[in-house]
Design a protein. Structure first.
Lengths: 436, 272
């Protein structure tokens, strides 16, 4: 519905600002045509009422002319720097209110001018007698003018501004605007006077139909918003396509480079384990970037996301044996914990499959100690494999586990490896969760 | 000296922890500027904060981090960490030096020795090393370093954004490049857009002259109905799009608002 805030988005607002400029211009020209038609109809007015009729059309004529000038920035600029002070002042005012949802000179002149013009055809001071075709044509022109003016009001860009949304009261009143305008027109036409309803040239049906047609502005606006929504969806689909293309670019630019670097690191016996780990982490970061692009924003930092990224570091033929505990998948971590898990998990998994493990079971948990329930929880990453077990390491060697252990000490943590009953190894990395 | 790393990547903190291993310095880290108040109140007195600029989508930037640090821990010395490759950091860096007093600019690509040298220099109170702004503002015989150029040209930011209307126009230019649309989106008249375009084009020229590495984007082709007639507007739109992250940062509203309220020496009215 019209008060639906889902259309108050950047894309819809951008579309609205873009259509507003040409529509204002076309609308002002159209309404100018309507007013010109009203002047032409004066030819069939009784001669004695011509001065009154002309006077009644002056205000709306001035209003529509002002509205047209308002859509011509260059003309407005010339008037604003002209020699006549009142015109200079009026032009300055019209320039100042452009694009703002506020009452301006053109709007007020047009609004009140249309009421005064309508009183030529209905209400207490209407002109009589009028030929029926002139009466009907006049009402049609006035209704068309009102239709156009309020179509602009109903589809104004300010309804869709996400930064400064319209007042709640205005949004609530918006669906009632067409009915209110129609009611005003009907009341003016049938208002008792010397042309009481029974003596209207075409009876009540035509004025009621014309005024009632203004209510159709509501479905018109709804259709308009369906188009806006379609534009928004089309834009989102295009954005998705762009994101997919970008993610492919990330894949080819970053991942290929990272793979080449990793291959070089693996071939270089002198390369430090930490350096190899960091090269591996490039793959994970590239995968996270790809997923972020695909999702159109940062993904929730869950274990499931991390696991998907870690699998990118595992050769395709080994991924089938990599099992993440189902209960761990939806665990969300603070940013530091997620960063540490991103540092720890690939190393532990890589160690496992490189050692010849066929099955690697991973679990990540976050729990508080019962003795200190109010304290910060502990994060545990467990990687259990069916490999041949830990090789003996020379003392002092900077193995990947030793390096991880060093890092986790900063967070009161450690890495512990143990032999599993029945063969294989379980490595536990544990640290105190960071609050941020 | 206690160091606080304000960076969304924990790897940066881990790497720095290795760099300062064996020194008397200690280190903690936060991943998000919004966590700074808690970290500053719970942790030890922070002597030096290494502050990143970009924390990813939807997270406040380094300007917010520096504002919080300057409000809650005014004695903390600030060093900005930045990646050299990203051109869209320029306005953030200018704003950092315009609104705060960071001691130095540290490239994330710096080798470990350079990082440690800078930290030790901050500890000693020695501001003469690389990364620090030169005492003479870089006007001496040696070519100005990147940080010298930032300090020397921080006034360009005031020329770029002189008031709330300028800010609205820059934000409109991120999304529109036609005069009428920019005017409508910024709630101003077209004449204001013209004056803005004329004035700011000169400022952007100055920025590109002072920071040529920021000017490597190709000139607009001039296509489209407004292109040939208003190439400067299209050029400003490109500039705004390059720095869209900066113009979208809500932190600059508050920083500039406070600056505009501060009485300044009377200047000739200018749209630049």
């Amino acid at each position: 519905m019209l008060s639906d805030s889902s259309l108050r988005t950047r894309v819809v607002y951008d579309i609205a600002v873009r259509y507003a400029t040409p529509l204002w211009r076309i609308g002002a020209a159209f309404r100018g045509g309507c007013v010109a038609g009203l002047w032409i109809l004066l030819v069939w007015f009784p001669a004695r009422s011509l001065p009154q009729a002309a006077a009644q059309l002056l205000m709306v004529s001035a209003g529509v002319s002002t509205a047209w000038i308002q859509t011509q920035p260059d003309t407005l600029d010339r008037l604003a720097s002209g020699p006549v002070a009142p015109i200079r002042k009026a032009a300055g005012h019209l320039r100042g209110v452009r694009g703002r949802a506020t009452a301006d000179l053109a709007g007020l002149l047009e609004g009140f001018g249309m009421i005064v013009a309508l009183l030529l055809y209905g209400g207490p001071i209407s002109v009589r007698p009028l030929p029926t075709p002139v009466y009907v044509a006049g009402l049609i022109l006035i209704t068309a003018h009102v239709w156009n003016a309020f179509a602009q009001v109903m589809t104004d860009a300010s309804w869709y501004n996400p930064d400064t949304p319209p007042a709640r009261g205005l949004v609530a009143y918006r669906p009632w605007i067409p009915a209110s305008v129609a009611a005003i027109e009907i009341v003016l036409i049938v208002a008792p006077g010397h042309s009481a309803a029974g003596r209207l040239p075409a009876g009540l049906i035509i004025p009621l139909l014309l005024a009632g047609s203004i209510v159709l502005l509501l479905p018109f606006t709804m259709v308009f918003e369906v188009l806006l929504r379609a534009g928004q969806e089309a834009s989102e689909i295009s954005m998705g396509e762009v994101r997919r293309n970008d993610s492919i670019t990330v894949h080819s630019l970053v991942k290929n480079g990272a793979h080449a670097l990793i291959r070089q690191m693996q071939a270089d016996a002198g390369a430090d384990r930490e350096t190899r780990s960091l090269a591996d982490s490039m793959l994970i970061l590239a995968e996270e970037a790809r997923q972020m692009m695909l999702g159109g924003g940062p993904s929730a930092e869950t274990v499931a996301l991390l696991w998907d990224c870690v699998l990118q570091t595992v050769p395709g033929d080994r991924r089938g044996g990599m099992i993440l505990d189902a209960g761990s998948r939806q665990l969300r971590m603070a940013k530091t914990d997620y960063g540490l898990a991103r540092r720890v998990l690939p190393d532990l998994v890589t160690n496992a499959w490189k050692a010849g493990a066929q099955r690697v079971e991973v679990a990540v948990s976050q729990e508080r100690q019962q003795a200190n329930a109010a304290g910060r929880p502990w994060v545990t990453v467990s990687v259990a494999d069916d490999g041949p077990g830990l090789p003996a390491q020379p003392t002092g060697n900077r193995t990947s586990l030793r390096i991880l252990d060093d890092h986790l000490h900063r967070f009161d943590g450690a890495v512990v490896a143990e032999r599993r009953d029945g063969g294989g190894t379980r490595v536990l990395a544990r640290w105190r969760s960071s609050p941020w | 000296m206690h160091i606080l790393v304000v960076d969304d990547f924990v790897l940066v903190e881990l790497a720095l922890a290795q760099v300062i291993q064996g020194t008397p310095h200690t280190l903690t880290g936060v991943r998000d500027p919004r966590n700074l108040p808690e970290a500053l109140s719970d942790g030890p007195q922070v002597d030096l904060a290494l502050v990143d600029i970009n924390f990813g989508p939807g997270v406040p930037t380094g300007l917010t981090a520096m504002r919080i640090l300057s409000e809650l821990s005014p004695d903390t010395k600030i060093v900005i960490e930045s990646t050299d490759e990203e051109r869209n950091r320029l306005l953030f860096l200018l704003a950092s030096f315009a609104f705060f007093e960071p001691l130095a600019l540290l490239s994330k690509a710096s080798p470990a020795e350079a990082m440690l040298a800078l930290i030790d220099a901050v500890d000693r109170g020695d501001r003469s090393g690389p990364g620090f702004a030169a005492p003479d503002g870089g006007t001496g015989s040696r070519p100005p370093s990147p940080v010298d150029r930032l300090v020397r040209n921080k006034g360009l930011l005031d020329e770029l954004i002189r008031g709330g209307t300028d800010l609205m126009l820059w934000r409109a230019l991120v999304r529109f490049d036609k005069r009428g649309e920019v005017a409508r989106a910024a709630h101003v008249d077209e004449r204001t857009v013209d004056r803005f375009t004329a004035g700011k084009s000169l400022v952007v020229d100055k920025i590109h002259a002072e920071f040529p590495e920021d000017a490597s984007a190709p000139e607009p082709p001039g296509a489209g109905p407004d292109g040939p007639r208003r190439p400067n507007l299209v050029r400003l739109a490109r500039f705004a799009q390059t720095h869209s992250h900066f113009f979208a940062d809500q932190a600059i509203d508050g920083l500039f608002a406070a600056r505009w309220q501060t009485p300044r020496p009377r200047q000739r009215r200018s749209w630049r």
